[in-house]
Design a protein around this ligand. Structure first.
Ligand SMILES: Cc1ncc(COP(=O)(O)O)c(C=O)c1O
Length: 339
C-alpha cells in the first residue's frame, strides 16, 4: 500500500538485468559506450525522428534545467504552468543553469494551461521593453502534476501560440509513458509533430534506477547541450549504466508496458475509491487527488498505507495517490479494504 510516489518503487527486473549485463568487462566512458549508439537509434526509431540528438542524465531536474537553459537566455523567461515541477520543485535549477532567466507562471485548471491563459501570460509581460524579460521558451508537462494528460491536439494548440510568439517548446515528459498509455497517442504525435522542440523523457519514475533522456528533435544546439551537461556536472563517467537502462527501457516497448500497468492500477484504485464514496477529479493515468469524508486517513495509516495527505476543507480529507509499474491488484485491494 505504498502510494506516495511512483519513484518510491524499485527498478523493473528487465532494467536490473540490463545493468548487470552492462557491468561485464570494460567500456568507453562519458557517453562513448556502444550502448549509447543503440539508445540514440532506439529513440530515433521510437519517435520517428531520424535526426534527433539524444543525451542522458540521471535526474529529471537536470534534464529540465539543462534543456530550458538551452532554450531561454538569461534575459528571457520560460513560461510554465503554475504547478510545473520546474516552477515549484527544482529549487531554481532552470534559473541557475540558464544564468538567471526567469520562470513565469501560467494559470489553468487540472494542471493544464490553455491557449488563452498562455496568451494572457504573454501579454502581461512587456516583451520588447528593455526593462522586462523577453520571451524564451514554453514548457508543457505531460503527464501533468495534477495527473491529467494533454492530448496531442492540446499540445499542438499551445505550441502554436508559443511558436507564433517567437518561442521554442519543451516538454517535461517525466511521466510521458503514462501520458501515452492513457491517451493512446504515438510518441511522435505527442511531441515533435505537435511542435515540441526538446523533450525530457523520463525513465526513473517508470521502472528505471535513475535515467532520463534529453531528446532534441532539432539537433542544431546538440554541441551546446553537451558542453552545458559537462559544465553542469551531469556527464556521467560510467555512462554505460545510464545507457543500459535506457536501452532496456525502450526495447520491445517495455516503457509502455510498465506505464500501462501503473495506469491500470491507478484506474483500479480510482474506481474502487469512487465506488466507496470518494470524489476524484479526472484521472486517466496513475496519479490522483481524491477527497473523502474525514476519518479515513487514520484507518489507512493504521493499516500501513503510505501516501501524502494534502489540505482539505473542514470535515474532509484529501491526498495524492500514485501507483507505479510494480503496484499489484493486491496492493490496491488491500488499500480499498482498509479504506
Ligand atoms: C513532472 C516532474 N518533472 C520532473 C521531475 C524531476 O525529478 P527528479 O529531479 O526528482 O528526478 C519530477 C519528479 O518528481 C516530476 O514529477
Amino acid at each position: 500500500m505504498r502510494f506516495a510516489s511512483d519513484n518510491s518503487s524499485g527498478a523493473s527486473p528487465e532494467i536490473m538485468a540490463a545493468v548487470l549485463r552492462a557491468n561485464e568487462g570494460f567500456e568507453r566512458s562519458y557517453g562513448a559506450d556502444q550502448s549509447m549508439t543503440r539508445v540514440t537509434k532506439l529513440v530515433r526509431d521510437v519517435f520517428e525522428a531520424p535526426e534527433a540528438a539524444v543525451y542522458l542524465v540521471a535526474t529529471g531536474t537536470a534534464a529540465n534545467a539543462l534543456s530550458l537553459a538551452l532554450l531561454t537566455p538569461p534575459w528571457a523567461a520560460t513560461f510554465a504552468h503554475a504547478s510545473a515541477h520546474a516552477v515549484v520543485d527544482e529549487c531554481g535549477a532552470p534559473e541557475f543553469y540558464s544564468g538567471g532567466s526567469k520562470i513565469l507562471s501560467v494559470a489553468g485548471d487540472g494542471g493544464k494551461m490553455t491557449p488563452d491563459t498562455l496568451r494572457q501570460a504573454l501579454s502581461a509581460n512587456a516583451h520588447g521593453d528593455v526593462h522586462s524579460v523577453q520571451r524564451g521558451a514554453l514548457t508543457i508537462t505531460n503527464l501533468t502534476e495534477a495527473g491529467t494528460a494533454h492530448t496531442p491536439a492540446e499540445v499542438a494548440a499551445l505550441a502554436a501560440v508559443a511558436h507564433s510568439n517567437g518561442m521554442t517548446c519543451h516538454m517535461d515528459g517525466s511521466r510521458l509513458a503514462n501520458a501515452l498509455a492513457a491517451t493512446g497517442a504515438s510518441p511522435a504525435e505527442m511531441t515533435w509533430r505537435a511542435g515540441i522542440d526538446i523533450l525530457s523523457l523520463g525513465g526513473t519514475k517508470n521502472g528505471c534506477l535513475g535515467v532520463e533522456a534529453v531528446v532534441m528533435f532539432d539537433p542544431t544546439k546538440a554541441w551546446e547541450f553537451e558542453l552545458r551537461r559537462k559544465r553542469g556536472g551531469h556527464l556521467f563517467s560510467k555512462h554505460r549504466f545510464l545507457s543500459a537502462q535506457m536501452e532496456a527501457y525502450l526495447t520491445d516497448g517495455l516503457w509502455l508496458k510498465l506505464a500501462t500497468q501503473a495506469n491500470a492500477m491507478g484506474q483500479r484504485l480510482a474506481n474502487g475509491l469512487r465506488d466507496r464514496g470518494a470524489s476524484i477529479p479526472m484521472t486517466p493515468a496513475n496519479m490522483m487527488f481524491p477527497e473523502w469524508a474525514a476519518g479515513h486517513h487514520a484507518r489507512l495509516e493504521a493499516a500501513g498505507a503510505v501516501y501524502y495527505s494534502i489540505p482539505a476543507p473542514k470535515g474532509r480529507e484529501a491526498c495524492r495517490l500514485v501507483t507505479s509499474w510494480s503496484t499489484t491488484d493486491r496492493d490496491v485491494d488491500a488499500f480499498l479494504s482498509a479504506f
